[in-house]
Design a protein around this ligand. Structure first.
Ligand SMILES: NC(=O)c1ccc[n+]([C@@H]2O[C@H](COP(=O)([O-])OP(=O)(O)OC[C@H]3O[C@@H](n4cnc5c(N)ncnc54)[C@H](O)[C@@H]3O)[C@@H](O)[C@H]2O)c1
Length: 438
């Protein structure tokens, strides 16, 4: 093994800071604690359960990823959060109704110790929410400085060696990139001027980067997806990743669409509709928050199917995505997809998918993997956008000149090849011709 990249050790405690202590965050924390207590398995977590093939198939080297790369162990994780709603993680987990009481009760003592710090929150950006656990400050910069103090306090108080921040807060209203997002100077001036273009999620991202803390964005909010903060991340060598955890319907979309394309099967239309009744669904019932989500969901097929290269197959697709707030369903969303496809001689066919899904159950292992891989990236000196973690996002951030890679299988290979690269192992191309050469 020829390792040229220095990776700092994964020693000591890793603090996982979560803006937003709702369904996803509490499901993640409760799950990690259950695994630590030997009550559950980390199902869905690539970092914990997946193996990685090294070298040729004949070598038989297939360690678990967590044994191959130096990742923090689950026992090293400590959790912190901010939320405008003051409920501790135990109360919030019960309110979210993702996990059954029988799964919360055994870890309730631990969850009860995680109380959210006062949030940087403004109803202007999340209209369907209100809460009193909110910071006060004259300017957005001042609020950002308060977050920086929280970060330093948390690190000290918990004796953490390193920190990562993962946005698990609500989806904010749609904001387009503007002049304030172009340079750090313009961004900080806009913070001083309390400009509308600076949303709370951006203030968290700014605070994290200023403190040298890797930042991953689980929502479709802009947050860190613009030059001002991405340049800061690159310059300071701090990893950033986003946007929007890839769960539910989009996960299925990025599994099915590459398969259809691989077989050169045409697509006329893809209609996706969902019913869900959790707080996320309530927030997304506001058209402005939905627009942010819609943008994130709609981009997927365009990039996956490349209509510019395959106009006869994908040049005229009708793609529609709907989210309907329906309280009786809680977190147990139901998503229906109808695909109008066509094959040989243009003959039409249809595919119907009815996914009875649990969004936060799919999201929680993503939070875990991101926390561990973002920390690894920081220790390996990989600053800026972490494209190799596109696997986890609906709307992967890329460098300006590149298009995002949405194909789950390409993303998966990219993730694993990056791990091989980091550890000085050869990339796997799946060529395999030499096996037949005698
Ligand atoms: N559930 C999923 O599978 C999934 C998938 C992809 C993306 N997401 C995104 O992840 C985020 C969390 O989803 P969820 O289901 O946990 O939602 P949730 O509504 O249960 O939790 C979000 C929490 O964020 C808090 N919050 C809002 N603004 C905040 C701020 N400025 N600072 C700190 N906290 C703030 C809310 O009070 C709430 O407790 C949402 O943006 C959602 O769109 C979720």
């Amino acid at each position: 093994m020829n390792r040229s990249i220095e990776i700092g050790p994964a020693d000591g405690k890793l603090g996982v800071l979560l803006p937003g202590l709702g369904a996803v965050a509490t499901t993640f924390i409760a799950g990690v604690e259950s695994v630590r207590r030997g009550l559950a398995k980390p199902i869905g977590s690539v970092s914990q359960m997946q193996t990685i093939r090294l070298g040729k198939r004949t070598e038989g080297r297939v360690p678990l990823i967590r044994d191959f790369v130096p990742l923090a162990k689950l026992d090293q994780l400590v959790f912190g959060a901010w939320d405008p709603i003051p409920d501790d993680a135990n109360e919030s987990a019960r309110g979210a109704r993702v996990l059954d009481e029988r799964d919360i009760d055994p870890v309730a003592d631990f969850l009860g110790t995680i109380r959210p710090m006062p949030a940087v929150f403004d109803r202007q950006y999340v209209k369907r929410l209100d809460g009193e656990n909110v910071k006060k400050g004259k300017t957005k910069r001042e609020l950002g400085e308060q977050l920086r103090e929280d970060i330093r306090w948390f690190k000290e108080e918990n004796g953490c060696e390193r920190l990562v921040m993962i946005w698990c807060g609500s989806t904010e209203v749609f904001i387009e990139r503007g002049p304030a997002h172009q340079t750090l100077e313009a961004f900080e001036k806009a913070m001083d001027a309390n400009a509308d273009s600076i949303a709370p999620s951006m203030i968290y991202a700014w605070a994290a980067l200023k403190e040298g803390v890797p930042y991953a964005n689980g929502a479709p909010n802009l947050s860190v997806d613009f030059p001002a903060l991405q340049d800061l991340a690159k310059e300071t060598g701090v990893p950033v990743a986003g946007k929007d955890f890839k769960t539910g319907q989009t996960l299925i979309k990025t599994i099915i669409a590459p398969g259809l394309k691989a077989r050169m099967i045409g697509l006329r239309g893809w209609f996706s509709t969902n019913i869900l009744g959790n707080r996320d669904g309530e927030v997304l019932d506001d058209p402005e928050s939905f627009k942010t989500k819609e943008e994130s969901k709609l981009g997927v097929l365009q990039h996956l199917l490349q209509p510019e290269l395959y106009p006869e197959l994908y040049g005229d697709i009708y793609h529609k995505v709907r989210i309907n707030y329906y309280p009786p369903r809680g977190d147990n969303k139901e998503g229906w997809d109808n695909l109008d496809i066509f094959g040989w001689l243009g003959y039409p066919m249809q595919i119907k998918i009815d996914f009875l899904c649990r969004d936060s159950i799919l999201a929680a292992p993503i939070v875990l993997d991101l926390a561990l891989f973002m920390d690894l990236a920081a220790r390996a000196g990989m600053g800026g956008i972490q494209e190799w973690l596109s696997f986890y996002f609906k709307s992967p951030m890329t460098l300006p000149a590149l298009y995002p890679e949405h194909d789950l299988f390409i993303q998966h290979m990219k993730l694993k090849n990056t791990l091989r690269h980091l550890m000085g192992e050869e990339q796997i191309t799946h060529l395999g011709l030499d096996y037949g050469e005698g």
